[in-house]
Design a protein around this ligand. Structure first.
Ligand SMILES: C[S@@+](CC[C@H](N)C(=O)[O-])C[C@H]1O[C@@H](n2cnc3c(N)ncnc32)[C@H](O)[C@@H]1O
Length: 328
């Protein structure tokens, strides 16, 4: 990838590093080549999350599951296999990858905040965006002597410089959402607009964003922009070699879709509701079928990991309701 040496605003550098022609998310190995999520990379994790998604869809009588930011279709395939009666569509920035379950529809998307034009008028749908919004690029700002400034970055090195003031909209967002002790912040407007856009594509159903996040009460004062490469957290350099991600201001998201009955929940409580209380692996199985016993233990351990405080259990589930099909 040819990388510019000149400093550019973080949002532009981030967008081309992840979604440019040779962007990180266009690589063959996909997200799973670099990090595990609740949707892929943990033993039984994909199956557990698929069960939760299917339960949620059935509970609300929804017949179409759309996975936006589907990676290489891992979760979408598991959902389709679990309940073949569901229509399942996966959306991501690459052409349909090999290995996606044949019944899953695949839609190619531009990437970042932009969604495909064809994704519209969705009915009876559960639209899921699992770890999409944290990779929607945004302005990064720093506060010096009480004054907010935009940060630029040299794409080749990650070296940052302080630039001019944020736009009027960005300043208003920072005033409302950054919090008094913030010294640095990712300005969430692009995420708020992307979320509102996704919600607007659904006429009837549920829209669900699952992500790392924070609220005014616990927003980290130094921001959360970071990077991952081959399983390791690395210094964020927008050269296309690593993922670039920042936690999502979930309270701002909820405010961006007034009237959509938005609920903001934690993964640990949602999984308990959708999957029921965790079950211990039956001891008898250890003698009768040791392999099945080991599998049950592995599933139990991932279930604990998905609900862990301070870990994946702290993920936010932001749920919006659209139309009349879905009751609270
Ligand atoms: C952090 S990965 C999460 C992948 C998967 N959902 C998971 O949880 O393992 C983010 C994914 O969102 C995709 N993505 C980013 N912007 C998108 C967009 N506008 N439309 C569809 N997919 C997008 C990326 O290409 C990437 O596959």
């Amino acid at each position: 990838m040819v990388v510019d040496a000149e400093p550019v605003p973080w949002q532009d550098a981030w967008q081309s590093a992840l979604y440019g022609p040779q962007g990180f998310y266009r690589r063959a190995e996909g997200p799973a080549g670099h990090f595990a999520t609740s949707a892929q990379g943990l033993p039984h994790g994909t199956a557990l999350l698929a069960r939760a998604v299917v339960t949620l869809a059935r509970r609300h009588g929804l017949t179409h599951v759309v996975d936006v930011g589907a990676g290489r279709g891992e979760l979408a395939s598991a959902v389709a296999e679990l309940l073949p009666a569901l229509r399942v569509t996966a959306v991501d920035v690459v052409d349909r990858p090999p290995g996606v379950a044949p019944s899953v529809g695949w839609v190619r998307s531009p990437g970042g905040a932009a969604l495909p034009d064809s994704l519209t008028g969705l009915g009876d749908a559960l639209v899921l965006a699992h770890e999409w919004l944290d990779v929607v690029p945004c302005t990064v700002a720093t506060r010096e002597d009480g004054v907010w400034r935009v940060l630029t970055v040299e794409p080749r090195t990650g070296h940052e410089s302080v630039d001019g003031p944020p736009s009027a909209d960005e300043s208003a967002w920072l005033d409302r959402w950054a919090g008094p002790s913030a010294l640095r912040a990712e300005v969430g407007i692009t995420r708020d607009l992307a979320w509102a856009d996704l919600v607007s594509r659904v006429d009837d159903g549920l829209v669900l964003a699952v992500d790392y996040g924070h609220t005014l009460a616990d927003r980290p004062p130094e921001g959360t922009l970071t990077a991952y490469r081959h399983g390791e957290q690395v210094v964020p350099v927008p050269d296309g070699s690593c993922d670039l991600t920042a936690h999502v201001a979930v309270d701002a998201l909820a405010a961006a879709t007034p009237g959509a009955g938005v609920r903001v929940l934690r993964q640990r409580e949602v999984l308990e509701d959708l999957l029921g209380p965790p079950q211990a692996a039956p001891h008898d199985l250890a003698r009768s079928d040791p392999t099945a016993y080991l599998e049950a233990l592995a599933e139990q351990s991932t279930r604990r990991e998905l609900a862990a405080r301070g870990g994946l259990g702290g993920f936010w589930w932001v749920l919006a309701e659209r139309g009349t099909t879905v009751g609270a």
